[in-house]
Design a protein around this ligand. Sequence first.
Ligand SMILES: O=C[C@H](O)[C@H](O)COP(=O)(O)O
Ligand SMILES: C=C(OP(=O)(O)O)C(=O)O
Length: 359
Amino acid sequence: MNMQLTDTQTDERSTVLPDTATNTVMKLPTPTQLRQELPLDADLARQIAEHRDTVRRVLDGTDPRMLLVIGPCSVHDEVAALEYGERLAKLAVDVADQFVVVIRAYVEKPRTTVGWKGLMYDPERNGEGDLAQGLVRSRRLMLNLARLGLPLATEALNPVGFSYLEDLVSWTAIGARTTESQLHREMASGLPMPVGFKNGTDGSVGMAVNAMKSAAHAHHRLGSDGDGHPAMIATAGNPDVHLVLRGGRGITNYDPESIAEATATLRAAGVSPAVMVDCSHDNACKQAERQLDIAHHVMAQRCAGNTDIRALMLESFLEEGRQNDGEELVYGQSITDPCIGWAQTETLLKALAATGRNP
Ligand SMILES: O=C[C@H](O)[C@H](O)COP(=O)(O)O
Ligand SMILES: C=C(OP(=O)(O)O)C(=O)O
């Protein structure tokens, strides 16, 4: 599973200088090396370019369908994630006249305090932080999901981490905990796909609007090249940025008044009024089943004429609910936020599509 290391890369842990540091550093393969080991072939690259264009067209309203970003809160088991992907790819065909279905392939999890941070950071979930293995497994999983024909969504949390994966992703989220971060805005400014900024964890939309303005702008940022060398990166600005309403602590924002207030703010700021409603997270008060009613409620608003609502996000997996990580895990059930199960997912997507056909 471990990547080949170059002559200059050893797998020894070395003490970091200066002397105040007690950290250890373990060298990793570079993004270029990982991309060479797990390459994106020309057909898949074409597919991803087409998916990104489709997502852009949905978000700018040229394509009248809605975007539906759906899948597990996090991936901890690649087999279950692929089984979910296979089922979703079939269901996506049934609703393709109404929805562009994008699968959540979330391998980095932002934590409120501490907790498992995702497949990329701790693939064995044993606290060892085997990033060398996590990066390989994350990229391999994403390649396999993309080969099912689905566009991929993920949250870009660590700009270095994302440089190992970004060529595989068609829609990217900047999460509620990082929307206000300049580093994430700079990163989004140079990303080659549409990016959704979540409102803040306190429910505030203003910081996401500021993020959109910043990410649409050109930047000079400090980063590294594909070979891991420090580099100045000049970004052009990302024209395909939008707002994601996900509620906040004790606040929901999927109702008509909240959405109207958000789109008025977006228009006043001169940025895209396109909105994705995240039916999970604080909108669902972390109760997975609430997503069902929320999705119907938002779809009804869209069918009643609010075409600024261009997208929905749902957290869904094979089994409903969530479980604590441990020895005996239920196959296909989330170990982070609760999700709706497959049966609910199938019923919901078909019902939403039927509403879209006969508003
Ligand atoms: O989407 C997942 C979680 O909401 C997010 O990662 C924060 O989780 P936590 O509050 O359990 O740390
Ligand atoms: C962490 C997530 O969302 P948020 O940033 O809204 O909490 C997520 O979508 O997995």
